[in-house]
Design a protein around this ligand. Structure first.
Ligand SMILES: [Zn+2]
Length: 265
């Protein structure tokens, strides 16, 4: 029986799955009530793959972007033009993603990351597309750049949120949604933060990508798992799954400029 709600997954890396997997992944998502998912690019090549997937499958949308962990050199005019070309005039390209900063010790040079992030925020503003961003060990710098580049004009979401309430409030103040993923299921302190945030500021995601380090294929994250995140959020807030679905899906379709989705009959 189809689910009685529609959920959206605002951040995945489905282009990393084998193409033959896609029909099954989408069927399992549909059965779980997950109506659409965004595939975020991490390199030019991955962005092209995401755009192609979004052209082939109705429920898939694409983000264009260079991931901070892939920011090995300053972004050049040619790369920006190619990202722009992939996005312009394509209604299935709905955001600039995955962009941001990552300050793990093994991450690329910070100055290079700053330039790549700034230029892609400018691209998003030019394209009038929201930004779904990555931030690891770099929240103050990310918020500073979002403000300096007036990223709030296009808005977006802070992807895979796992921080504290002050950080969530800072992201919301910058004009961004908080995107919750599977860590919500296992982190009591994150559940406390989620409880304190109005549903009107929350969207959901899985960050789905192949996880060969997990023994069982059935445990690899797919968009269908956004239902578990929604269920957990409903329990944390003491509301129904349908309420969580209605508000978070409205948030996400509004953000991405998609048609409001009707419930399946
Ligand atoms: Zn990601």
């Amino acid at each position: 029986m189809p689910a009685n709600h529609i959920l959206g997954d605002c951040h995945t890396h489905l282009d990393q799955y084998a193409p033959a997997e896609m029909p099954g992944i989408l069927e399992r998502a549909r059965e779980a009530g997950v109506g659409f998912a965004v595939c975020a690019g991490t390199t030019l090549e991955s962005t092209r793959a995401c755009v192609e997937l979004s052209g082939r499958y109705g429920p898939l949308y694409a983000g264009v972007g260079i991931h901070p962990m892939e920011a090995h050199r300053l972004i050049d005019e040619e790369t920006l033009e190619e990202l722009k070309r992939l996005a312009m005039g394509n209604s299935k390209v709905v955001c600039v993603s995955e962009i941001g900063l990552d300050f793990l010790p093994t991450s690329p040079d910070h100055e290079v990351q700053f330039q790549v992030f700034r230029e892609q925020i400018r691209l998003a503003r030019h394209l009038k597309l929201p930004i779904i961003f990555h931030s690891r060990e770099s929240h103050p710098e990310v918020f500073r750049i979002l403000r300096e580049e007036r990223a709030g004009d296009v808005g977006g979401a802070m992807h895979y949120f796992q921080s504290d309430e002050a950080t969530a409030r800072a992201a919301i103040d910058c004009g961004f949604y908080i995107s919750l993923a599977r860590p919500l299921l296992r982190l009591p302190e994150l559940q406390e933060v989620a409880r304190s945030l109005p549903l009107e500021h929350i969207v959901l995601e899985t960050d789905a990508a192949p996880q060969p380090f997990k023994k069982h294929r059935s445990n690899w994250t797919e968009p269908r798992h956004v239902t578990a995140v929604a269920q957990c959020l409903a329990e944390v807030k003491g509301i129904t799954l349908d309420e969580v679905a209605a508000i978070t899906t409205r948030n996400l379709t509004g953000l991405l400029g998609l048609e409001p989705l009707a419930r399946p009959v």
